[in-house]
Design a protein around this ligand. Structure first.
Ligand code: HEM
Ligand SMILES: Cc1cc2nc3c(=O)[nH]c(=O)nc-3n(C[C@H](O)[C@H](O)[C@H](O)COP(=O)(O)O)c2cc1C
Length: 480
């Protein structure tokens, strides 16, 4: 460790991860999370801060073997060598007035997490998550592209769709079970792929009880695999997971079927290898993400990081400063998501697997029809939860002149597609059961609900003010 500690500058940056020292000097400059996260740990053991974010095998996948400088003797790692998560400024705790006989005093009100069974919908979960998650992780989870117009509109579009009930229908027996791509599901819903699940389920307080953790566990995607089994719905494993693929697959119950999301790597052989592994493990369907060829600009998340890392948005360092850093990230992200992927690659995608291949991120009728004609198994109408290109239409949009799902369904029918030969899914803004109902009624086959919290109530006040004149809560929010 003494040897590693000598390489403790931006220009000469070695970092220890899981007992091995890596020379990250060059890699830091193209690191999608920004150089600072790595150079701040120069000469140190960064395992503690790395673990909640990345799978253990990411170095083997992305770094040249020559950058592994050697194995570090654990006995030589002293507490001062261990890089710690910087203390993030937490929002000031809420205060309440307490009347005493003399004067009104202010008392700090600690946030108490309500019991799980008091959280009834995703708005409730979001309210709690905002309080208990680390601000940096919350920034990553809750932010959308640019002005977050699409992010908000995704749910607003559901609110614009109103019910027209028919009466005197026998609803004594209700069965919501269905099949999603041949996989039985207890209701028409699957858990979609979301990167970096450990960020919401980690131990960052040093007391063994992390933000979302119950017994000091940090289960991330592994917990979602188990929850999907319990709920009887499929889960789409993310490519950019915080657990390794093997760990996620091993968490499955013997009879559990999962899907997988795929970001196509510019080195196609890497994707081929990944897909083969999925296929061998019995994964049923491959959802290729096509709406993120370049990284969306999440300004709230960026601002959050800068506040916490104490760097200047107009920073003088090309790699670390606000705008430049984000462009650095955009350049770097194309090192593992191929921005050149196009329709001519579809035959290749179909040729590398026997799994059903679908496109995730289709946003208009023309592309849905092209996917059908290219012989794909289906598509997800999605704008990536408003995290990529802002001002896109919500997949559920049904208003005249802006329609997406109804337009897609009509065009597909005209092109000869049927429920049996082409599946249409939808995601974005699904926050409660009624939303799933609306999507199914309009023709989609399943809704992909976000397994974590996904209503952006934090941003809602503004929206609410314009929407119903009341600041604060959406209808149905916080009921405890
Ligand atoms: C001190 C060590 C590290 C820390 C604290 C760290 C932290 C982060 C964070 C917070 C992000 C999310 C950025 C965003 O979405 O805005 C990120 C992204 C990323 N990092 Fe790291 N990282 C570290 C080391 C590494 C290493 C060694 C590699 C690869 C060998 C790596 C590869 C990536 C990749 C590919 C992404 C983009 C995809 C993703 O979000 O998973 N990182 N990193
Ligand atoms: C924190 C977060 C991470 C995500 N990561 C991925 C990802 O790695 N791959 C992907 O295809 N979609 C990703 N998505 C998009 C989701 O799969 C889905 O399209 C979107 O969240 C649906 O909108 P909703 O958040 O309003 O439910 C992510 C979404 C969130 C919120």
């Amino acid at each position: 460790m003494e040897e590693v500690a000598k390489h403790n500058t931006k220009e000469d940056c070695w970092v220890v991860l899981y007992g091995k020292a890596y020379d990250l000097t060059k890699f830091a400059k193209v690191h999608p999370g920004g150089a600072k996260l790595i150079t701040d740990a120069a000469g140190m053991d960064a395992t503690q801060i790395f673990d909640p974010i990345h799978p253990k095998d990411i170095m083997d996948k992305l770094l040249k073997p020559s950058l592994t400088m050697g194995v570090v003797d654990a006995a030589t790692i002293k507490p001062e060598h261990v890089a710690k998560i910087p203390e993030a400024p937490k929002p000031a705790p809420k205060k309440k007035k307490v009347d005493s006989s003399d004067q009104a005093e202010e008392e700090v009100e600690e946030f108490k997490k309500p019991p799980l069974n008091a959280m009834l919908n995703t708005f409730d979960f979001e309210s709690v998550a905002r309080e208990v998650m680390e601000p940096q992780a919350w920034g990553y989870y809750s932010s959308g592209g640019d002005d977050e117009i699409t992010l908000r509109d995704n749910h607003m579009a559901f609110q614009r769709i109103t019910m027209r009930p028919r009466i005197l229908v026998n609803v004594r027996e209700i069965d919501m079970s269905t099949q999603i791509l041949g996989v039985p599901a207890s209701l028409p819903l699957y858990f979609t792929a979301t990167a970096l699940a450990k960020l919401a389920h980690q131990d960052r307080r040093g007391d063994g009880r992390g933000a979302g953790a119950t017994d000091g566990e940090r289960d991330g995607e592994v917990a979602i695999v188990k929850a999907a089994k319990k709920a009887g719905v499929p889960y789409m494993l993310p490519t950019l997971s915080s657990y390794t693929l093997d760990e996620m697959l091993a968490a499955r119950a013997p009879d559990q079927t999962v899907f997988s999301q795929l970001y196509v790597n510019p080195e196609r052989s890497r994707s081929e290898e990944y897909v083969q592994k999925l296929e061998q493990a019995g994964v049923q369907a491959l959802f290729v993400t096509v709406d993120a060829p370049q990284l969306g600009r999440r300004e709230k998340d960026m601002r959050n990081k800068f506040t916490q890392q104490g760097s200047d948005v107009q920073g003088d360092d090309e790699e670390e400063g606000g705008v430049d850093r984000s462009q650095g990230a955009t350049r770097a992200i194309s090192s593992y998501i191929d921005p050149g992927l196009n329709w001519e690659d579809v035959p290749w995608l179909k040729s590398i697997t026997k799994m059903k291949v679908l496109l995730k991120g289709v946003q208009c009728a023309e592309d849905a029809v092209m996917a059908f004609k290219a012989g794909l198994a289906g598509c997800v109408l999605s704008n990536h939860g408003g995290r990529q290109l802002d001002t896109c239409r919500p997949g559920i949009e049904a208003e005249r002149g802006r329609r997406v799902l109804p337009e897609v369904m009509e065009a597909l029918k005209e092109a000869g597609a049927t429920k049996e030969n082409f599946a249409v899914f939808i995601d974005g803004g699904v926050r409660r059961g009624g939303d799933i109902f609306k999507a199914v009624a309009l023709g989609a086959q399943a809704r992909s609900g976000w397994p974590h919290v996904s209503c952006r109530a934090s941003e809602v006040c503004q929206t609410c003010q314009t929407w119903d004149g009341k600041a604060g809560l959406w209808p149905g929010q916080v009921s405890f």
